[in-house]
Design a binder for this molecule. Sequence first.
Ligand code: F0G
Length: 360
Amino acid sequence: MLFRQRYIGLIDRYKDRLPVHDDTRIISLGEGNTPLIRLNNIPALLQKDVDIYIKYEGLNPTGSFKDRGMTMAVTKAVEEGSKAIICASTGNTSASAAAYASRAGITAFVLIPEGKIALGKLAQAMMHGAVVLQIRGNFDAGMQLVKEVAEHTPVTIVNSINPYRLQGQKTAAFEILEELGASPDYHCIPVGNAGNITAHWMGYSEYHKNGIVNTRPVMVGYQAAGSAPFLRGAMVENPETVATAIRIGHPQSWDKAWNVQKDSSGWFDECTDKVILDAQKMLAEKEGIFCEPASATSLAGAMQDIKTGKIPEGSKIVCTLTGHGLKDPDTAIKQSGGEGSLITIDATLDSVRSAIMDHY
Ligand code: F0G
C-alpha cells in the first residue's frame, strides 16, 4: 500500500510559526494548501511578457481565504473558553465563522447587510446553523455594532481585528514563497478591510527576516471605485460596488495597510465595476478559473498596471483570488447574458445536431 501524508490544515503545517501549543485543540477543516496557477492565455492577450500566478483561495473549505484566519481565530477562542463567536460580514467571513463554529460546537452570531450579500454565502451561514442577524445598514454599521456589543457580552469577535485571523492568513504568503522558491516581484490583492494585505505582508516579512528569502514583493492593493477609501485618503460613507465582498467604506486595518504600502514601496489603485466584471469573465473564459467579483479586482488592477507599464515587463506577479465564483451565482448568470440567453431545444437528435452545427 502506498500512503501519502494526509494534509490536515495550515495550523498543523505551520505549528512552529503560529501561536499554538502542543496540546491546543485544533479546529480545522483542512484549509490552506491552495493551488498557485500560472496563467497560460491572458499574458498573451495582453501582449506583454509577464508571468502571472493566481493564488486560488476560493478552493479553501468554505470557498474563501477567510478559512485561513478562521481556523486560528476559532481554535484560540475555544482554547480561551469562549462559547460563542460574532462577526460583521459582507458574506465570506460569516460563512467561514459559521462553519468553524459548528465544527467546534459553539455558536456563531453573524451580522450581515440586508440584501447585499451574495446568495451562496447566505446559504452557507444558514446551513451551518449560525444565528444570522440581517441589519438595515451596511458592513461598516455592522462592524461598529459588533465592537460595541462584544464589550459587554461574552462573545469573541472573529473579524480581522482579531489578531489570530491575520496570523492564520499570513500562511498564504508562506505557501507562495515555498512554491516559487523566491519572492514574486509584485503581489496584487483586493482590499476591503485591508486585513489580508496586512497578513500577507506579515508572512512575506517573516520569511525574509528569517533569511528564507532575500526579497519581498511590492504589495499592490486594489479597491472597487465606489468603495475606495484608500484612494480617497479618507473613509467613504456610502460605499457601492457589484463586488459586494469589498463594499466597505471604513477599513478596519487602515493604519496597518498604509504601513504595508510604505514598507513595500507599493500602491493602491481602483477598478470600476465594469473592469472588475470583465476580468472575472476573462478568467473564467480564457483560463478556466471561476472567482467571485471582488476577487477579480486583483487581476483587473494588475492588468491595468501591466498595460500602462507601471508593472513592467519581465515581472513575476501573484494575484490573490480571494473567493470562489460559486459564492455569487446571481452576478455570474447575469453577466453571462442571463438565463434567457440559454439555448432551449426539443429533446430530439435533430435539434441537438443542428444546435451543434450552429455553434461549431
Ligand atoms: N475578497 C473577498 C472575496 C472578501 O470576502 C473580502 C472581505 C476581501 C476580498 C477583502 O479582504 O477585508 O482583508 O481586505 N470580506 C469580508 C467579509 C469583509 O465579511 O467576508 P480584506
